[in-house]
Each structure stands twice: as C-alpha cells, then as structure tokens.
Design a protein around this ligand. Sequence first.
Ligand code: PMP
Length: 391
Amino acid sequence: MRFSSFVERIGGEGAAAWEIHFRASQLKRQGKDVILLSVGDPDFDTPPAIVDAAIEGLRQGRTHYGEVVGDHRLRAAIAQAHQAQSGQPTDPQQVVVVAGAQCALYAAAVCVLDQGDEVIVPEPAYVTYEAVVGASGARMVFVPLRPERGFQIEPETIERAVTAKTRAVLINSPHNPTGAVITRANWERIAEICVRHDLWLLSDEVYAGLTFEGEHVSPAGLPGMAERTITINSLSKSHAMTGWRLGWSITPVDLAGHIGNLALCMLYGSPPFIQDAARQAFAMEPPEVAAMKQGYRRRRDLVCGRLGNVKGLRCHRPEGGMFAMVDVRATGLSAQDFASGLLDAEGVSVLPGDAFGPSAAGHVRISLGNADEELARACGRIERYAAKLAP
Ligand code: PMP
C-alpha cells in the first residue's frame, strides 16, 4: 500500500544518534551495570500535591471531554504566569493547551509554515525539530552555535541567513543540548532582526524553569515581538512531569484560533484531570520545584567540577537546562568513538554531540537527570576511561 509524501518528511534520520542509547538500554535490560546519561528525563518524581490533584480530579469524574483549547482556569493561570515572567500583556485566549511542548511545536509549525519556506535554526539543535519543520514542508537553515563562544548565539549569523523565503526563526533557551542561556542583549538583537524582516519567532522555553545563572528572557515581552512570537512551554522539566503530556502555546489570538482548530481535529482536548494537576502546579508552587532546580544545579557543579580536571576533557558549564556538554576533542577521538568506547569499557552511555548538529562535533552530551551518587560514579568511570586515552 502507498503512503503519503508526508511520511517521508517526518521520518528523518535523527534516530541514528540514539544508537548508543538504545544499545546501552538493551545492555541494562540484560542486567549489565550500565549508567544511562543519554536521556533527558528527570529522575525526580512529580511533586505529591500535583499527583493528588490529578487523583482528586479522577475521583470527581473529571474524565470526560473538556474544553478543546484547554480548561479556561488553566489557560488563565498560564496567561498570568507568562505575563508576570515576560512582561507581555497576555489574555487567556492566546493560550492553547496541548499534549506537551512537543505537540505545541508541531501545531505552531504547521500553522505558520508553508512548503518552500525557510526556518532559521541554531545548531546543535533539539533532534525533533527536523521532523516538526519537515512536517510543514518548510526547510531548516542552520546557523552555528560555536563552542569557542560557549555556544552563545551570535545574532548576526541569523541576520546573514535571512532570505526572501525566510518565514521564521526557531530558538530554544535555555538550550538543549548545550545549556547556553541567551543574554538579554542578544535577545534584543534577535528581536530587531525578526521585526526588520517580518519573521515569526518560535521560542521553545521548556527549560526556562531550570535557569541557574543569568536571567531567562521571554522574547514575547520585547518591543514589536508580541504579534510575532510563539511561546512554547510545559511543566515537563521544571515539575518533573514529562509523562503527563501537558504543554501549551501562547500566540496572537488569531493564530491561537488556528492552533485550536488543529487541537480539535487531532486531540479533541487535553484530559481534564491532567489539567487539574497542572492548575495545582500554578496555584501554589510545590516546594519540590525549587529543590529540583537546586538539585540540577548541584549536579551541574559536580559533573563540571569532576570532569573539568580530567586531562583531555573540557566541560562547558551549562547556565540552565538538564545537560552538560563535554569537549572530548583533546583525546583525539571523535565524539562517536569516545561515546562508543566509553560504553564498552565502562558501561556509561552519553550521546555524541554530532547528533544535534555539526557545531557540536567532538562533544558528548551528559544528562543531569540521574541521582548525585550515580552521576559521581559515572564521573569516576569517565575519568578512568579518559586516563587510558590521554596521549
Ligand atoms: N523542546 C526541547 C528543547 C526539549 O528538550 C523537549 C523535551 N526533551 C521538548 C521541547 C518537549 O517537551 P515536552 O515534554 O513538553 O513535550
């Protein structure tokens, strides 16, 4: 039987990158002593008050269809929080609740991009962007985030990449995989470029709640940006809720209407009891949220402290997010060979940076989503492995 041409656009080769992770997971299932530092899923549990709100919702029969674009109370809470954070006056009508930031990215992309459009994306980039943009028929145009600049964006590279076909810029800060946080000055320059060339800005802010240093700037609050910014966020990382599948977009009202139509034909709304849980998260920040953030920061310090002293390795100290990038170029190995050898020799899986884009070649990504003791153990193994490599 035949498939549509669409299936090719969503079936990119991002999968190859995960080969090490799949091999490591298999070894672990076979009972081998393997430490997985290759996925970005928080190891923390969802705060109990949030879990209780979902259970209460279930008991109260909040198990029917809900409002397609999201519970109006949750949308109001999201709008209020976004306004407080970004300074953008935000009406609940601008918010659409969907199944995770991933779903919001997809919905936004297919509602603003057309076949033949170009989307400027800094690389290394989160791997699903390829299929998200591909689904719309648009094409990604990459601009490099250079390791020697700490992977901080250089706005002039965006300006230089703009053509008559450019429709949007897709940016993630704090950044997966590098942990870089875009400075306010750079956001202001990016905003000017978007305004000057009349571009949409898709701002993926899923790690905003995990900003350790500097400030998280929501670009929708900058001059001229409210009408062109699509803010994407979720509780997945900040509240350890990846499995709940709840996220949202905040856009101009007309675009929210289109995303709402997509939500109607694709999701027919988000589960009401899950939205009850999300409302609880906004109603009163559970103490665990600050503790988790502190935990990631402590782990960041642990990993960069330990690996920073290892010959052949250099740790890029992430300012936010759940990952640390380690430069392994001085070992003489490619990231792929380093990661593969590390798994074979010491049973630790990390992802080669090349998977996220050529500018991260020679780097491996380490997830901070493991307990401190496990991370410390993994660092010991990485030290031992690197010591054998050092010329
Ligand atoms: N954007 C980035 C940069 C991510 O790393 C992730 C999750 N790994 C997502 C979006 C999707 O998050 P969610 O669980 O909210 O769909």
